[in-house]
Every structure is written in structure tokens, then in C-alpha cells.
Design a protein around this ligand. Structure first.
Ligand SMILES: C[S@@+](CC[C@H](N)C(=O)[O-])C[C@H]1O[C@@H](n2cnc3c(N)ncnc32)[C@H](O)[C@@H]1O
Length: 302
């Protein structure tokens, strides 16, 4: 595996790649990139210098440190474990939206859920995984799609697992409280039925109803680490996260997903992502960023 933002012999480690309050040298960036790659699989190269600078400089000031060098020393030390976790929260991108890439939710509703809901009604188990759920808008959109078809889905063995590496964003997801503008992509009927207005320190916000939350379990999970699952998932949403990983890491993730899907299980990925390389043989591409696992019995295609 190539080192992230590795410094080659023609480059000066002291060259300043971004500056303002504190200079960010190539060596600082290489150290930060190596840590975030080891911790989360996120690939950063020199083109991300201003992003790293803008995400971390305020944090460095709050910690009362003299600059990026001292910060790198802290986050790579044992005492700096907490600061290193914070670094991860600062460097991950949490952008999400209710019903983002709505064609996935339409496909789920029209092609996938009818069969899964029938199975649940006849006593079967159904599991859906939202595998980088950010502040919860993705798993809540899945739950709202399910509830529109079966309002009492929580009475059956039908559950959505929603995971993310970032505990801070997961706390927001569990709370399920959003600004009104976040709800722009939620239909008026769904808003009325499944959200209630709350006063959040004088600001008008909207909270997801407990009947929706009941369908979802939120857990911390690093896609790079071991996954603690016993059973299969019928559907996996893993959208707009592997784009931050390098190609070999993406390929590993696709085949790990395949190992968790039943024959003809579905995988939805982000708009700029593609199942690529050898993993392409594991899936049929059946729509825009929509894949169906070909199944263990079908074997690998040539
Ligand atoms: C851009 S958001 C995508 C949210 C949602 N899936 C969507 O498409 O709207 C990416 C999320 O991936 C999470 N993430 C980054 N690296 C991860 C990793 N190694 N394991 C699990 N989650 C990760 C981030 O914390 C962030 O919340």
C-alpha cells in the first residue's frame, strides 16, 4: 500500500503547503494523512492541504498549541488519543440530505420493499444497513420509505442498522433533530406524520418521531475495522463515503459487502462512486449506482 501523501526525494518536507495563523508544511500534512488513513481509510494528498488547514487550525488554537508540528506530536502520542479522535471528526465530511439521490429510495420502494415487507409480514427477518449514516438523514429516509408502505413495520422483525465512524455525528443522528430547511426534501405528508416541532434553545426545529426511531439502531462502526455481524443484510446503503478511500480499499469494501448480502441482495452507492475492479464480477449493475449481488451460487463471472 502506498503511503498517504508520501514525500518523495525531490520534495522538501519543510515546504509550506497552506498557511494563515499557522503554517502547514508538507511533513505536517504527510503525518496527518498517514494517521487518518490508518484510522479511517481516508486518503489525503497534497491537494487537500487547504482543507486540512481550514478544518484543523481553529482546533489547534483551541488546544493552545503553537502550530501543526506540536499538534502532530500530540495526536500521535498516547495522551493525545482523545485529540486524535477529534481530528477524525474534523476531517470527515458529513454532508447529507433527506432523500439524497432519491432514485435509490424510489427503487427501494418499487422494486425491493414489496418482497421484503411480505417476508416480514409472514414472520421473516429483514435487515437494512446504512453504512456511513452521518447525522441520520439517510437511515431516517429509509425508515420513512418503509413506514409509508407499512406504518406498523416496527411490530415485525424489520430493522435498520445505521453506523458511522464519528461518535459526534451519531449523537446527532440519535437525537434526530433538524433545522426546517433540512426537511425541504421531505414531503409535507411525511413531515406532518413523522416529525414534531421542538424548541431548541429558542430555535424552531423538527424532531423525528419515536415510531420512526424504533426501526433504527445507531452504532459506531469503522468500515476499515472488523464488522461484528452475525446475519446477512438484505440491502446495504453505502453512499458518499468510499469516495474518500483509495481504490484498493474500495475494492476490499465491495467484496466485504458481497459477503454480507444474500443472493440478489441490493447495494446502493454514492453518485460519484462505482463498484470497480474484480468486485464488478460480484454484482449486476441494475440502475444508477444501484447493484444486485449475483449470489454465491452463481460464482464469479470471468
Ligand atoms: C458524506 S457523509 C455521507 C452520508 C450519507 N451516506 C449520504 O450519502 O448522505 C460520509 C460519512 O462517512 C463517515 N465515514 C468516514 N470514514 C468512515 C469509516 N472509515 N467508517 C465509517 N464511516 C466513515 C463520515 O463520518 C461521514 O459521516
Amino acid at each position: 500500500m502506498k503511503a498517504m501523501s508520501a514525500i518523495d526525494s525531490r520534495q522538501s518536507p519543510d515546504e509550506i503547503l497552506a498557511s494563515g495563523e499557522y503554517p502547514l508544511s508538507r511533513k505536517d500534512l504527510a503525518d496527518i494523512a498517514a494517521m487518518i488513513y490508518a484510522d479511517a481509510g481516508i486518503y489525503l494528498n497534497d491537494s487537500k492541504a487547504s482543507l486540512v488547514y481550514s478544518r484543523l487550525s481553529k482546533h489547534i488554537r483551541n488546544l493552545g498549541l503553537s502550530g501543526f508540528r506540536e499538534y502532530c506530536a500530540l495526536v500521535s502520542s498516547q495522551e493525545g488519543a482523545g485529540a486524535r479522535r477529534e481530528m477524525l471528526s474534523h476531517l470527515t465530511t458529513n454532508f447529507t440530505r433527506f432523500f439524497r439521490e432519491n432514485h435509490h429510495f424510489e427503487h427501494l420502494r418499487d422494486e425491493v420493499l414489496p418482497g421484503l415487507l411480505n417476508r416480514a409480514r409472514s414472520g421473516g427477518r429483514v435487515r437494512i444497513w446504512s453504512a456511513a449514516c452521518s447525522d441520520g438523514q439517510e437511515p431516517y429516509s429509509i425508515a420513512l420509505t418503509v413506514l409509508a408502505m407499512m406504518p406498523n413495520a416496527a411490530d415485525y422483525d424489520f430493522r435498520i442498522l445505521a453506523t458511522d465512524i464519528d461518535p459526534k455525528i451519531l449523537a446527532q443522528a440519535r437525537a434526530g433533530v433538524y433545522d426546517e430547511n433540512a426537511l425541504e426534501t421531505v414531503s409535507p405528508a411525511m413531515r406532518k406524520q413523522w416529525f414534531r416541532e421542538v424548541d431548541a434553545g429558542g430555535r424552531r426545529k423538527f424532531q423525528v418521531d419515536d415510531r420512526v426511531k424504533k426501526l433504527i439502531t445507531f452504532n459506531e462502526l469503522n468500515l476499515m475495522a472488523q464488522w461484528p455481524f452475525k446475519g446477512n443484510f438484505d440491502v446495504i446503503f453505502c453512499r458518499n463515503v468510499v469516495i474518500y478511500f483509495d481504490e484498493p480499499t474500495q475494492m476490499k469494501i465491495w467484496s466485504r459487502f458481497a459477503s454480507l448480502l444474500p443472493d440478489a441482495g441490493h447495494l446502493y452507492i454514492g453518485h460519484s462512486e462505482r463498484v470497480s475492479g474484480d468486485s464488478k464480477n460480484l454484482f449486476d449493475n441494475i440502475g444508477i449506482t444501484t447493484y444486485r449481488y449475483i449470489g454465491k451460487s452463481a460464482g464469479r463471472r470471468a
